[in-house]
Structures are given as C-alpha cells and as structure tokens.
Write a protein that binds this ligand. Sequence first.
Ligand SMILES: Nc1ncnc2c1ncn2[C@@H]1O[C@H](COP(=O)(O)OP(=O)(O)OP(=O)(O)O)[C@@H](O)[C@H]1O
Length: 511
Amino acid sequence: MTSSTARRGATARARHLARSAGAQAREALQPLLLIWRGARRGATRGLAWLRGTPAERRNSTLFLTALAVGGVTLFVPYGPALTAAALVGGAAWLGRDPDSAPPGPAGDRPAGDVDARLQALYDGLAPYLPPHPNDPHPLYLPGAPYQRALVDVRTDREGRPTALTLRYPGHFTDTEAPARARIEHVVRAKTDPGREYLFQWDPANTLLHVTALEPLRTDITTQPFVTGPGELVLGFTDPAATNRLIPVLVGAETLRAAPLLWRGGGRSGEPHLLAIGHPGSGRTTLLRALANQVPRHGDLVVVDATGAGEYAYLTGRPGVLTVADDPSTALATLDWLAGETARRTGVVTAAKRHGHPPPADARRPLWVLLDGLTELVALTPPDRPDPRELLSGPARHGRGAGVALAITDTPALLGALPTPLADAARARVVLGHVRPEEARAFLGTPLGPAGPAWLPPGRGWARLGNGPVLRLQVPYAPDPFDEDTGAAERAAVLAQLPAPTAAPAAWGGRR
Ligand SMILES: Nc1ncnc2c1ncn2[C@@H]1O[C@H](COP(=O)(O)OP(=O)(O)OP(=O)(O)O)[C@@H](O)[C@H]1O
C-alpha cells in the first residue's frame, strides 16, 4: 500500500466518523428540533391569526384562553406540569415532518419560495380587494403579511400551492362574473399559470377555495370504446365527475378512464351537439372520434364544409351513407336530410297511430356530423336554401326520428343559430380558449375550472343539458390518410372501422 493510499484511507475513515457522529447528534437532538420547529410554526400561525381577526373576537378569545390556561395551572393538581406537557405536546405535533405536517408554508422545506410566492399573490390581490373606508382591520393592505388573508395553504414537493383558501372583504362584489374573473386571473398568474385551477366561491363565508387540478391525459387514442347502445364517447374527464370508468388501451397498457358520454338522437335529453372552437382547437378531431364510433351504432352522414378531405377514409364503409366534402354535395345532403327526417317522422307517427312499432328503416339511428357550419353558409349560392334552415327540421324532429346532429363551428356561430337548432342542441362543447363571455353564453353558465394559459389540442369543456360544466379531453383521432399520421395510429383508426365494401361514389353511398 502506498503512503497516498493510506492517507486517503485515513481521510475517508475520518469523514465517515464525522458523518456518523453528525447523524447521531441529529438523531439525539431530533425531539428538540421537532419542538423548536413546532413552536415556530405555532408562533407564525398565532401571529397571523392575531393580525387577521377582528378586535372584539380576538380579545374575547384571548381572554377565554387565558382564563382556561390560568385555571388549569393554578387550581388543578399538577396544573403547571400539565400545562407544560400540553404546550410541548402541541409544539411537537405541529413540528412533525413537513410531508405529514398540517399543510402550510411556514417551516416546510421550500418555505422561502412558498412564502415569496404567497406574498406575491397577496400583494397582487391587494389592489383588487381594497379595504372599505370604515374597515379598521382591512384584510388586504399593501405590504401586510399574506397570512392575514391566505389560509389553509397546501403545497406540493416543489413548493407550488396545490390548494389554498383566501378570505376576501364582505363588500367585494363576489356575485359579479367580471369581478370574480379578475381575482381568478390574478391567482392563476401569481401561482402557476401553467396549471388548471378549480375556483369555488363561498359568498356566505366570503371565502374563495382554490384547488390545482391534475392535467387530463392526452395520450388516449380513438379505439373501440366499451359503451352502451347509442352512447358515443366525446372524450375523457375527471374521474370524480362521473360514476363510470371504462377500460382504455394506452400503448400496451390497459387503464381505466372516466368517459364523457353523449347519447344523441332518439329518447335523448340532449339529442344534438354543438361544438365551438377556434381553428386548431381540435373540432375536426372531435368529429372524427365520433365518426369512428358510429358504424357500431347506426348510419353515418358526414358533411365537411372545410373541403379538406379529412373524412375521406370513411367513404364506402358499411354504415357510412355519404361523406360530402364539396359545397354542392353538402347542400344536396342537407336537403336530403330534411326530407329523410320528415319521412321518418311521418312513418313513426303513422305507425303509432295504428298501434304498430315503427319500421326498422325509420328507427335506425342516423348520425349527421357537420364540420364548419358558418363556412357552409358562406359557400351557399344565393339561390339555394340557407343550410341553417335546412337543419331546422332535423333539429326539431330529430329526437323522434332517430336523427342526431353534431355540428362544429367557430364561436361566431353563436349569434347565427336558428332557434330550433339552438334549443335542441343541448349537448355543448367548447374546445380550446374562447372568450369567457362567449363560453358563458354558449354553455349557459360560466366555465367551472379555469383553463391553463396553454391548452393541448382537443382540450375543452362540455355541458350536457343542465348538468355541470366538465373538463374534456377528446381522444386523438387522426386522419389515417394523412401522411403525418404514424403507422400505429393509422392502424388503430382503421381497425376500429368496418372494411370498405364499395368504391367511393360521386356522392358517397347515399341511399
Ligand atoms: N385530442 C387530440 N390529441 C392530439 N392531437 C390532437 C387532438 N385533437 C387535435 N389534435 C391535433 O391538433 C391539430 C388541429 O386539430 P384539428 O384539425 O382537429 O383542429 P380544428 O379545430 O378542426 O382546426 P382546423 O379547422 O384548423 O382543422 C391537428 O394536428 C390534430 O392532429
């Protein structure tokens, strides 16, 4: 052994001894550190409580506490020892390991970061929640500690807030959507703009509960989903929002995911669907995801006003009546649809009148998917009927005739819908970011969870009838004929569909 090797060995031994001595000392001092940490946390929370509580309540609570503690210390046998034990026990409980400790920024590992972030949030909110002139104890004062108004803060391991409750002054206009939106905007911007938050306002207690939501999965691809007859999967949502999970294949793994199901057409409370979004938000993908599921449930008609040929792969497959992707064929198809709905309605009514079940050709579900209503209106020659008028009959009578419409468009569609269509299209989907007032007008209620600054394509919200607004991620349903589509995705789409039986006809296989 050389002398340098011997020196290195001695140094390593010395380091090892020092490390284990340090570890033993830390272990021996652990209870004291625990109590010290707990005492600091207790003091911080106590101070926050003192600052944030109105004087009358604060004084009466302090008086009662002092009375109880004094009474126990002076008059109960072993009172002083009991009081000391309670204080030490309380401090030890508060000082438990950060991960199991009661949530709160103070004393946790990334405390500096968390405190700075929460203080920035508090300071950012202060201008929007100014004190009332007569309020002697304002909740929000520039420069005041954030603990005055931000309570119940929970953070993740990186120190980012995952849940918090903020108190706001009683005079804040919490019933007005723009005022709420301003506060929600500040909270998002100052905590983590990349995350999605659920804002729950509690006007009765002047509290706002903020919860960071886990992102929805974006890796579910179109596939034969396990659904009941007549149910189509619009996409997937939060498991807590539905009472149903279905198996889905992601890569080689089978997972359980929460589907958002739409039952269109006959006997449905939401017989028709409207989806709005800006270009690139995933409207075509939503319709393709629906189209791939239809052949198992009924007949399919596709009207593609975009003319991009993104549904051509459906042409000639059993159950696909037509794929109309030029304006003239599209208008002829809608004309036929109006007549077909009237025919079915007449047949069903006559059968009922005679006490017979309606014949199969009037009952077979017919799903009509229309991509780009406004575009089709713009392309319609002046001497042809307006497509919106052609859709009014199917919208009004579709429920009884087994006809379901699913229409996508831009948010501009809102003001231009004929009443029968607007009334009957009770399944509504918003894809991507649209203006809050547009979302509110379209869904009939404000968006619940506010989206992050960036949304992946196919991400949005859905509302079925008068139900709640739910988060939605549409499954990836690419055009298998697109050269950018990967081989696995192409195979997945084609495997979902019955093989074509006919060569593409001039205007599909219209019957
Ligand atoms: N659920 C999804 N998962 C993954 N990628 C998606 C999803 N939805 C859409 N995309 C991708 O986003 C892009 C735009 O989608 P899509 O064509 O469906 O949007 P659009 O609203 O119809 O827009 P445009 O009118 O411009 O076609 C496409 O590249 C598509 O593959």
